[in-house]
Design a protein around this ligand. Structure first.
Ligand SMILES: Cc1cc2nc3c(=O)[nH]c(=O)nc-3n(C[C@H](O)[C@H](O)[C@H](O)COP(=O)(O)OP(=O)(O)OC[C@H]3O[C@@H](n4cnc5c(N)ncnc54)[C@H](O)[C@@H]3O)c2cc1C
Length: 291
């Protein structure tokens, strides 16, 4: 190791390190209780079911895998083969049955008493999850698997930077609700237009920057196609004190945001979490951006 570049925190001495919480894989059958349009592009679906009795979600950016039904076929959880599997499934339904389409979604809100889980869908127009959510009605069933693991980011940073597109809004909304009232949050979100801003509860010291894809001539740029998020990130004044930056959205857009966070704002990599929540032209994409 180069002594000129010691790690910012000697091993095990970082008082603000992110805690990782693991959970055993479990698939659950749930059914739609309510459907609510939040904005033209954001649809909330609340699910219920006895299987949610032991559901927990420790991190604001946790994800469950939706196990999507085949259109026209009543949904059942894939059955495990007889006897315990030799090694547990990595992430998803038990092995043995036909593999349903799976997509990652954020547990936006969980009510343990009512056994209700809310998920918010950014409606983008095509894909099994989008199709399913658009036509979902009370009583429809599907499966979820996970969350398998959580990253618990400490709340006591001097500032919290949250960046993303419509798909990141559920995690951002959850984080803003969970932060203490005295926290400072800086939020940069790209959506189609002003009508696509959902109401968000937030700490008093929260600064929002909303970026719109809609141009004056009425045309709307494709999501994730422009460097808008990266430009807004790079033009930030780095706040005083120690902070944590979280970003999620389209793969290329978020890779550029990450470069700005580390290369331009000079944030330490241990204080940045950036995730590709989807990728233009790819189905069912998921990747964490590192290095
Ligand atoms: C950890 C994690 C948490 C996530 N949480 C949420 C969440 O809470 N809410 C949410 O809405 N999404 C969330 N996503 C993103 C969601 O999983 C993807 O958008 C997923 O691709 C949607 O599946 P689909 O079947 O609708 O489309 P796919 O079959 O995966 O893709 C079909 C086509 O649509 C494009 N596409 C996919 N998503 C978008 C989009 N948002 N905008 C424009 N084009 C798109 C793809 O590039 C592809 O060309 C999350 C992703 C991850 C990895």
């Amino acid at each position: 190791m180069n002594p000129m570049n010691p790690p910012p925190f000697p091993p095990d001495s970082d008082p603000r390190s992110v805690q990782r919480v693991r959970q055993p894989p479990k698939a659950r059958l749930i059914e739609v209780r309510r459907v609510r349009r939040i904005t033209p592009s954001l649809l909330s679906i609340t699910f219920g079911g006895d299987d949610l009795g032991d559901f927990t979600s420790a991190g604001f950016d946790d994800h469950v895998k939706l196990l999507l039904p085949t259109p026209g076929v009543p949904f059942e959880l894939p059955r495990p083969p007889d006897g315990p599997p030799p090694s547990g499934p990595r992430d998803g339904p038990p092995p043995g049955g036909p593999r349903p389409n799976m997509r990652d979604y954020t547990p936006r809100r969980f009510d343990a008493q009512a056994r209700e889980l809310e998920i918010e869908f950014a409606m983008h127009g095509s894909g099994p999850a989008d199709d399913w959510a658009r036509t979902a009605k009370v009583g429809d069933r599907l499966g979820i698997a996970g969350p398998r693991g959580s990253f618990v980011v400490p709340m006591d940073f001097e500032w919290h930077l949250l960046i993303g597109d419509d798909t990141a809004l559920p995690a951002i909304a959850r984080r803003l609700e969970e932060l203490p009232a005295e926290a400072r949050a800086i939020v940069i979100v790209e959506v189609d237009g002003p009508d696509d801003r959902p109401p968000l509860a937030h700490p008093v010291r929260t600064e929002f920057t909303w970026l719109y894809r809609a141009a004056r001539d009425g045309r709307i740029a494709d999501a994730g196609a422009a460097r808008t998020l990266a430009q807004a990130t790079g033009s930030l004044q780095r706040p005083a004190g120690e902070g944590y930056a979280w970003a999620a959205g389209e793969s290329t857009a978020i890779a550029e945001v990450r470069r700005e966070l580390v290369g331009v704002l000079g944030l330490d990599k241990s204080r940045v979490r950036a995730a590709a929540y989807w990728k233009r032209g790819a189905t069912g994409h998921h990747e964490k951006l590192e290095g």
